[in-house]
Write a protein that binds this ligand. Sequence first.
Ligand SMILES: C[S@@+](CC[C@H](N)C(=O)[O-])C[C@H]1O[C@@H](n2cnc3c(N)ncnc32)[C@H](O)[C@@H]1O
Length: 280
Amino acid sequence: MQIGTASATALVTAALRVAHQTYDDGRVFHDPFAEDMLGPEGAPLMMGLPIVPGYRMMRFLMAARSRYADDALAEAVARGCRQAVVLGAGLDTLSLRNPYRAAGLRIFEVDHPATQADKRRRLLRFGPRLPPNLSLVPAIFGKDDIAVALATAGWRANEPTFFQMLGVVVYLTAEIRQALFGFVADLPGSEIALDYSTPPESQLPEGRAVTEAQMVEAAKIDEPWLGLVTPEALARELTDLGLSDIEDLDLLQLRQRYLGETSAGTGDFGPHVLRARRPA
Ligand SMILES: C[S@@+](CC[C@H](N)C(=O)[O-])C[C@H]1O[C@@H](n2cnc3c(N)ncnc32)[C@H](O)[C@@H]1O
């Protein structure tokens, strides 16, 4: 990411969610705020979307990973969790959609300061104040102390927290990723939902071509992919830290769950979603 500039990939992922609303009727992930969050400046981006590597697959994935996180959050709230931390929030609209506002769910969005400054301006399109129950926490993973930044914003370390981290793991080194997982693992009753991608060499040729093209594009805009990991290595990493109840779904399993597809195909296309918990 260029210093002082909002994340360009956050704009692309937001545009893909808008495309899902427009062309798929939001059937996997309904987001009534996606279009206004992207705003009029999104028009040229929307026109260019079909040249995004693996456009159709990415359109599904962006919707499916948000739906996956929403479903996990619903279960966390049902268990009594009242804090959600969105790591690398980009133009995510959970704070506007917050279905648990009346129940008292507080949302903390952590993001790169430049991306978050842009997000703040966008949020103010929806009203003169930020959404109730939202705190914006500017911080850089790998540089700032996330626990301190969150605590300063009113987050309570002694209460269970649901963490959402979508479209972020690929941009982090293994060391930074593990430090974040370690932070979550130290919080009893907490849970994390995230997505990640496997290394190209462990993917099917179709997935591999898309991943390699995405990596080239991401490097060009100074947001290189630094953290590809296999499901086995990631599960080991999380387990070693004390996280458990791990669920890991690949793209085909996501299609089965959210599109009802019954194809018996197997093989890795690259993207995965995952949930893990720190027992209370
Ligand atoms: C591809 S965008 C995904 C945004 C959003 N979660 C979504 O699904 O649309 C990646 C996000 O991670 C943030 N990010 C990446 N590296 C970061 C770092 N080291 N510290 C803080 N934020 C970071 C970017 O600012 C951006 O908002």
